[in-house]
Design a binder for this molecule. Structure first.
Ligand code: V47
Ligand code: SF4
Length: 396
């Protein structure tokens, strides 16, 4: 991809000294400070940030771009919390408009994928009292008994904090119990923005940033892996984003248990913050890039393409992103209600592979823990009009 390369940036005699210092650090594989992170948010030009982030991305992964085949299950789309950015919270007043699946309903959904080559089920939804420790433990057990090879990635500290409190058990006991029941990794949701001055306004009542981090820490101490997100582009300021990244980096130094960082762009439809404008594409790309530069101890940065659209997802691959999420059937999601770019974001593996190849990257199907399932770099498709590299053709 044609972001300027880092050596070109460093050779520019007009590069301001503070930008040069950071570029040199990135070139030398050194860590940047929180003050430098803030400076990048405030002053880093798009092309410059892209060059730095792409350098890190290619140093770690070359052109490899990962995706996995999973399906999502949302036990309910009603929630007792009142996060202002979330369309679920509005439903609690008209609960009958939503769904509340039973264990059998969820197992029916899981069974629908029996013939499909999916490697992971991602389970996350609203918080309601009937979804408690016994419910989820039984669900994980039944999924693993039915299909042992399916990786169970489920729930976030938001749910775990709630259900463990209700069951009067510690986080340590609770996470050990979930592991024993079949939980294999934790998705990155519920992180939002850790700083209490923002979190209390947008996600008051649910687990704090500290509790979110503690539950991940305990999970990592059990030898398990998880992801981390940041919900950006609403009422937070750049310093809150830097604080969020810093806290993730510190925990990762301690445990090494995070696999992937996923920035989530705030979408403003059907929620209590619809009056706020959304971030621009330039800002989205800058944010991916700064995440990649800052989180030097995270292996992967992922873009969730149904939320940002296919074109921005392709662009993000030149701004630090090495992983794309969203293959089959992503229709019923928190995001489609919040104004996702793709209203019916079903994309076949073939489509995704073409989308990645069209910007000169190598599509690699992975499993949840980044084991390679298949390298699609040279896969042939019957209607494959696309040049293996750059293309002027519209993509899928
Ligand atoms: O925590 C809710 C976000 C998250 C909105 O780990 C919104 O592989 C934008 O974490 N605009 C859940 N975002 C989704 C999530 C996730 C997604 C894909 C992959 C993985 C992974 C994790 O969705 C919530 C919240 O931050 N969200 N409402 C909204 N209006
Ligand atoms: Fe509930 Fe999660 Fe939505 Fe908050 S973001 S209202 S906790 S579903």
């Amino acid at each position: 991809m044609n972001t300027p390369c880092l050596s070109t940036i460093l050779q520019d005699p007009k590069l301001p000294p503070h930008l040069r210092t950071v570029a040199q650090k990135v070139n030398d594989g050194e860590r940047i400070t929180p003050a430098e992170g803030l400076m990048l948010y405030e002053e880093g030009p798009l092309g410059y940030l892209g060059a730095l982030a792409n350098h890190v991305r290619e140093r770690m992964h070359g052109d490899r771009t990962y995706f996995n085949r999973n399906f999502h299950v949302e036990p309910t789309n009603v929630c007792l919390y009142t996060c202002t950015f979330c369309s679920y919270s509005r439903r609690i007043k008209k609960r009958e408009d939503g769904w509340e699946y039973s264990l059998e309903d969820i197992m029916d959904i899981v069974r629908k994928y029996d013939d499909q080559p999916v490697t992971e089920v991602h389970i996350v939804g609203g918080v309601l009292p009937q979804y408690d420790v016994p419910f989820y433990a039984e669900l994980f057990r039944q999924i693993k008994a039915h299909r042992p090879d399916l990786h169970v990635k489920a729930l976030t500290p938001v749910e775990y904090h709630y259900i463990f409190k209700k069951a009067k058990i510690s986080y340590e006991e609770g996470m050990a119990l979930m592991k024993e029941a079949g939980l294999e990794s934790m998705p990155g949701g519920g992180a939002e923005i850790f700083a209490p001055e923002i979190r209390d306004q947008i996600a008051g009542g649910k687990c704090t940033g500290e509790q979110w981090l503690r539950i991940h820490e305990i999970w990592h101490e059990l030898g398990m892996r998880s992801n981390a997100t940041m919900l950006y582009g609403h009422i937070e300021e750049y310093r809150h984003r830097v604080d969020h990244l810093e806290q993730l980096r510190q925990l990762q130094d301690k445990t090494g248990g995070f696999q992937t960082y996923i920035p989530l762009k705030f979408r403003n439809e059907n929620n209590e913050m619809s009056h706020l404008p959304e971030s621009t594409t330039v800002e989205d790309l800058r944010n991916y890039a700064i995440g990649r530069i800052y989180l030097d101890n995270f292996d992967h940065v992922k873009a969730y393409w149904p939320m940002i659209g296919r074109t921005t997802a392709q662009l993000s691959l030149a701004f630090g992103v090495d992983d794309l999420d969203g293959t089959i059937d992503d229709t019923t999601r928190i995001y489609s209600m919040a104004g996702a770019e793709e209203k019916h974001p079903a994309m076949s593996t073939e489509d995704l592979v073409k989308m990645i190849r069209a910007v000169g990257r190598k599509p690699i199907e992975r499993d949840t823990l980044y084991g390679i399932v298949e390298d699609y770099t040279d896969a042939e498709f019957s209607d494959d009009k696309l040049y293996r590299g750059y293309t002027a053709l519209p993509v899928v």
